[in-house]
Design a protein around this ligand. Sequence first.
Ligand SMILES: *[C@@H]1O[C@H](CO)[C@@H](O)[C@H](O)[C@H]1NC(C)=O
Ligand SMILES: *[C@@H]1O[C@H](CO)[C@@H](O)[C@H](O)[C@H]1NC(C)=O
Length: 639
Amino acid sequence: MGGVWAPGRPLAALLLTASVLSASLLAPGAPPEPDADAAQPRDVDKKSHVELKMDQALLLIQNELPKTNLTVYWTSERCHRCLPQVLASVYRSGKPGKLSTAAVAVSTQHKSLLQLNDTLGRKELCRLEYKFGEFGNYSLLVTHDHNDASEIVCDLLVNKNPIDSDLPVSIAFLVGLMLIIVICLIKFLLSLDDFNNWISKAMHSRETDRLINSELGAPSRAGPLGGPDTQSETASPSAVPRYRCVDTFRGIALVLMIFVNYGGGKYWYFKHASWNGLTVADLVFPWFVFIMGTSIFLSMNSVLRRGYSKLKLFGKIVWRSLLLIYIGIVIVNPNYCVGPLSWEKIRIPGVLQRLGVTYFVVAVLELIFAKPAPDSNCDLDERSIMLRYFMSDWPQWMIVLMLENIWLGVTLLLPVPGCPAGYLGPGGIGDWGKYPNCTGGAAGYIDRLILGDDHLYQHPSPAALYHTEVPYDPEGILGTINSIMMAYLGVQAGKILLYFKDKTKEILLRFSAWWFALGLISAILTKFSENDGFMPINKNLWSISYVTTLSAFAFFIMLILYPVVDVKGLWTGAPFLYPGMNSILVYVGHEVFANYFPFQWKLEDSQSHREHLTQNIVATAIWVLIAYALYKKKIFLKI
Ligand SMILES: *[C@@H]1O[C@H](CO)[C@@H](O)[C@H](O)[C@H]1NC(C)=O
Ligand SMILES: *[C@@H]1O[C@H](CO)[C@@H](O)[C@H](O)[C@H]1NC(C)=O
């Protein structure tokens, strides 16, 4: 995405057509399955058959109290300040000796908090906390104490042990690790001369290769298509070197993004957090934004240096932003099967739309204010480099910080009808159910007001756990300000790379400083707590702490990748490098073909994490292979 200037219009147009065509063939987007986090009340007083879904356990609640009807309430430990929900009502045991039992499915993702009340007296009888295990079978026995009949005891018994849901993840991790070790070993062997000679003699691989290529008449394709991005587009001496760490980082974010978008084995930690908090799925998008900022700086620097007309560049920025937004809208509205696209129901915000707007703002800021970084060839002394480093972007900083103030002001002060000012919660049953329609506070209100309920994402991540009713879009208008901030922090990484070119120590020092400073801000904002900080980490709101935390991570990753990949060349960045160099194509492709074989097939047991995980890993690996094939053929999609 970043730093792509060369007009690759034909390919873009082709891909667009393809995406529109296949989107029109797509099955209507299936509504998300009900999340297992919502415990499901079942029938009462008979041992009804409960069909267990993934991340659920069977709980038999047996009421042995002769005179009391029970109401059982349930909340998840992760549901912050949530109204307990009725899980089941269990009537008193009728005839002596005959139990009154309710069978319910309970969520196993997080710890459950159960509260048992006397239905009539509204008196709490007992409460317990327990982390149920997937597909386990449990009994909750409510009886009088044998010794003291006035005491009521609740005993939890395990009838059947749960399965280990995380085993497939551990196995996949170990297999991955082994694969890496084997590959390193092979590489090491190949680097030994003797072995290498022996192999090449044994296989004549070069000759065969040449033969096949000439046979098929494949021309050697170097030259104009040489690089996917501007950075390597020209071989002119002043051209900016291509930073592999940037592509690698982008690739890592993209590969993770494909994996979690495809379902991530349906594990909760590979899905977005319900509201506050951070899961693996919440990491990728901001990293993508960050690296886009870095690429914008690198490519803008190289084109400015070559003296392009700013007006023409502006035109390109506008065109590319509009294209991103357009592709984004096509991708998030795939339900053409149910009839022609209806303007009344079209979702407007989305990932690419957010990227498009962010790209526009940051690229225009850089276009207006940026001066090319000093050439390493020209002999500026340390002090003037430092001076230029610090002075070069104060106007951009002023604007970005001003935007950030607007975000803070609107988020904390905007009066939202029926909601407290500065509300940052999920609404629904959160905050004791006091503000059910306040999901997302000002951010949600602005989107619903400006764009309208029907043009927003209809299945926000808090829907399952917090029972939110109103639509809420995680890529809404207000949060865009913070993704601009994120991209602008990415610009800083690019700036560091260019200003201190070839001075590894200086670069690493600055990456560490940013990492530390942003980490410190995050620690203060969140007080190291998921829900109780000044500003909790929140992907749905793109809260400030989310931006600072994720950019701290990003600087840390750059701190590792830059020396390993670019300076020492210990790692080529493969296989992440390949999708990283073709991000738009891979992103659009994985979205459009998500429901097609071989990215998806019918599972034997749709409630098995193991099968989902296998499918999602295979699909992700195939996209990496596709990216590799395209890289080999030097096909890179630019828009
Ligand atoms: C769960 O355990 C109870 C008690 O042992 C048993 O009666 C019931 O059939 C079991 N249910 C399932 C679905 O295994
Ligand atoms: C929330 O919205 C729903 C439907 O949009 C409405 O029925 C309900 O009364 C609202 N609740 C509050 C507290 O405003």
